[in-house]
Design a protein around this ligand. Structure first.
Ligand code: SF4
Ligand code: SF4
Ligand code: SF4
Ligand code: FES
Length: 685
């Protein structure tokens, strides 16, 4: 027994089970649920095992008639205020309240107590506004873990906090705003600790199953590195068990036509971001202030910058994340054209799904400028639900399995993207090749690795000092110092502690060492890889030779790079509008306008007055959109200039927009809309 061990720790070490609801190994416990009460010799009342320090010689009773009665009373109180709607709940089968009822044979209470729910007419209990997180607070058991995960001991975003006191307290947002209107970065850490179905990832798995079952579309799926070292836990295997082959086989059984590896795109991200970084290093000497370069493959971090520090947008790498690069290549490259005549003629595109450890990837997939490249994003937990729903015996599947070609080959450098420090290490491995230092610099950078919080640094000869921020709270602290501007040439930020292997979409684990075990598995895969530097990826080399020419080429920029905008800015409103135009989403476009808005098109369509006329124009007068490689988008001329509204159109006109906006108030919600939009054509490229 270690110093500071609780009775719960001691019991677990001795293999004795104690039920818990408000305990989580990585967060402080406030002993609110009282489910873990135990009798300790010498104490008059039962003690909560999760916070009571264990002493040598303690005699502890974990089960007795009186303890059962305590638990029953507590459970009845919880169940009386719960909708008890398990059959339709997203966490049916993995809910800790449900398990508690069954472990303690409380089904009678479950049945007898009338179905109810938390009564809080002053707060809205359900919220489906976020593309990443759904809330249903009628299921909340008030454990407080989400408040901790989002607050001081966790992400330090303080999006949710308790309203009300005593029984009936509720974890709500500031001013009861919809989650989409808060500063939520979509990291999903709150969903990872919620013991019930009150906070979940926005579910996509039902839609994916329906689409696969219909078998009307060619389908492709990509899987991220952190998923394959974690999904095994959903099926009772030890944390760190690598299930790449089992996952590939399961995805084929689910009906996907092509099973690809996100790691292929991670190697491309390294190529593009590595060259972008070296170019910035060179240009910095000419006084361009875009260093240090911040990595941008974590959408939780990108969201944070767009919400809190838009002044830092120019520092973000413009290279898309591996998920979005893979989606763009699957739908809009030679691979898609080769699928058949409909695809070659831009009339169809494959149905593309990604499996991610991350809830923020759902949000990333609908960002203006990239939306539509991925149709649905599944978390690791959702994929496990699909596998169970189709009765696939995951543990019995063959451990061997190969990804499909050509978007399936990868190197060890791509695999370590799943761990905090991995993106930077991968970039250094390839950048050292481009600067001719490959043989003199080490392949592994252990000082950048590990799950411990805080900034990790390394001095890279020929490049400069780089830093790793493990978790968004660490990044916030680093940015407060301002010394980072001069100290580092590149900074990796992953919003989740541990990186994606601690992502909000990973299996919920009660193992205090789970991150270390998943991380070790990731580095073992890298160690055993045949190729360990991204530029060695043969399929990536072929792609450059046949389609992209070279890293950061014009074609590479069109497919593999993106742009950013501050939250609640005119630039974001314009990007959303142009995204709707590209997809011919008239309804979406109109929702961005004031009902009496004016759109001056600088085209034969002239000036369009009123939202309904704007909708009619998009629906009836624009040429039909093209699919697949023929799908053309508007592009922002500058990647990150917060005030720049200059755009390159799909027909290569360079245009400048100006905009007047107004705030519309609808009930308790308010939103900024376009009052007047004026397009001016500068010239054709
Ligand atoms: S998703 Fe992240 S930022 Fe948003 S409420 Fe949950 S923990 Fe907080
Ligand atoms: S929403 Fe979930 S994590 Fe938050 S207090 Fe309620 S039950 Fe606990
Ligand atoms: S660290 Fe990974 S899992 Fe977490 S928000 Fe970023 S990309 Fe998603
Ligand atoms: S787990 Fe100990 S009081 Fe909740």
């Amino acid at each position: 027994m270690n110093d500071g061990s609780t009775l719960l720790d001691a019991a677990r070490e001795a293999g004795v089970h104690i039920t818990t609801l408000c305990y989580h190994p990585r967060l402080p416990c406030h002993a609110v649920c009282r489910m873990c009460l135990v009798n300790v010799d010498g104490e008059v009342r039962p003690q909560p095992a999760c916070v009571t320090k264990a002493k040598e010689g303690d005699i502890v009773e974990t089960d007795s008639k009186d303890l059962q009665e305590f638990r029953k009373t507590d459970a009845e109180w919880l169940l009386a205020r719960h909708p008890n709607d398990c059959m339709r709940c997203e966490v049916n089968g993995s809910c800790r309240l449900q398990r508690f009822v069954s472990e303690n044979q409380l089904e009678d209470s479950w049945e007898k107590i009338p179905r109810g729910s938390v009564e809080h007419p002053e707060h809205s209990l359900t919220d489906h506004t976020s593309p990443s997180i759904w809330r249903d607070l009628s299921k909340c058991i008030e454990c407080g873990l989400c408040v901790e995960a989002c607050g001081e001991p966790g992400q330090q975003q303080y999006v949710i906090g308790f309203a009300e006191r005593g029984s009936g307290r509720l974890p709500v947002t500031v001013f009861d705003q919809s989650l989409a209107d808060t500063n939520c970065i979509s990291c999903g850490q709150c969903t990872l600790v919620c013991p019930v179905g009150a906070l979940i990832e926005t579910p996509h798995w039902h839609d994916v199953l329906h689409t696969l079952d219909a078998r009307r579309r060619v389908s492709a799926v990509q899987v991220a590195p952190a998923t394959r070292v974690a999904i095994s836990e959903e099926f009772g295997m030890k944390p760190g068990t690598v299930s790449t082959g089992r996952m590939i086989n399961a995805l084929r059984q689910l009906g996907f036509d092509y099973v690809f590896d996100t790691n292929f795109a991670a190697d491309l991200t390294v190529m593009e971001e590595g060259i972008e970084f070296l170019a910035r290093l060179k240009n910095e000497k000419r006084n361009q202030k875009r260093l240090p370069l911040f990595t941008s493959c974590c959408p939780g971090w990108v969201n944070w910058v767009e919400i809190n520090r838009p002044d830092l947008l120019p520092h973000l790498s413009t290279t898309k994340s591996p998920q979005q690069i893979h989606g763009a290549l699957t739908k809009r490259s030679a691979f898609a054209r080769a699928l058949g005549s409909e695809f070659a003629e831009d009339k169809a595109e494959p149905y593309v799904v990604s499996v991610m450890p991350c809830t923020a990837k759902k949000d990333e997939a609908v960002r203006p400028g990239v939306s539509g490249d991925i149709d649905h994003v599944l978390t690791t937990r959702e994929l496990a639900r699909m596998i169970r729903a189709r009765d696939i015996a995951f543990s019995a599947l063959p451990e061997e399995g190969d990804f499909d070609s050509p978007l399936g080959e990868s190197t060890g450098a791509a695999q370590i993207f799943g761990a905090s420090g991995g993106v930077m290490e991968a970039i250094v491995r390839t950048a050292s090749h481009f600067i001719g230092e490959e043989n003199s610099l080490p392949l592994e950078w252990h000082q950048l690795r590990g799950v411990s919080a805080g900034v990790k640094t390394a001095e890279i000869p020929g490049i400069g000092k780089v830093a790793i921020c493990n978790g968004i709270a660490t990044a916030q602290r680093m940015l407060e110092t301002e010394t980072w501007r001069d100290e580092y040439v590149a900074v990796e930020v992953m919003a989740c502690v541990g990186g994606c292997l601690g992502g909000g979409g990973e299996p919920k684990s009660m193992d205090p060492l789970v991150l270390e075990k998943r991380m070790q598995a990731i580095y073992d895969v890298d160690k055993n890889a045949v190729r360990r530097r991204s530029y060695e990826n043969q399929d990536v080399q072929k792609l450059y030779a046949t389609e992209l020419k070279e890293p950061n080429s014009v074609r590479a920029h069109a497919l593999l790079h993106t742009s950013y905008a501050a939250r609640n800015s005119k630039r974001l409103l314009l990007m959303r509008f142009l995204d709707c135009i590209d997809r011919r989403d008239a309804r979406g476009a109109v929702s961005l306008f004031h009902p009496d808005a004016l759109w001056s098109t600088a085209s034969p369509f002239g000036d369009i007055q009123g939202a309904s006329n704007i909708e009619a124009l998009i629906n009836t007068r624009l040429p039909p959109r093209k699919y697949g490689p023929g799908y053309a988008r508007h592009r922002m001329e500058s990647a990150a200039d917060a005030n720049d509204l200059t755009v390159v159109t799909p027909t290569d006109e360079r245009c400048r927009f100006s905009m007047e906006v107004e705030t519309l108030h609808e009930g308790s919600e308010s939103r900024m809309v376009i009052r007047k939009l004026v397009r001016k054509v500068l010239y054709s490229i």
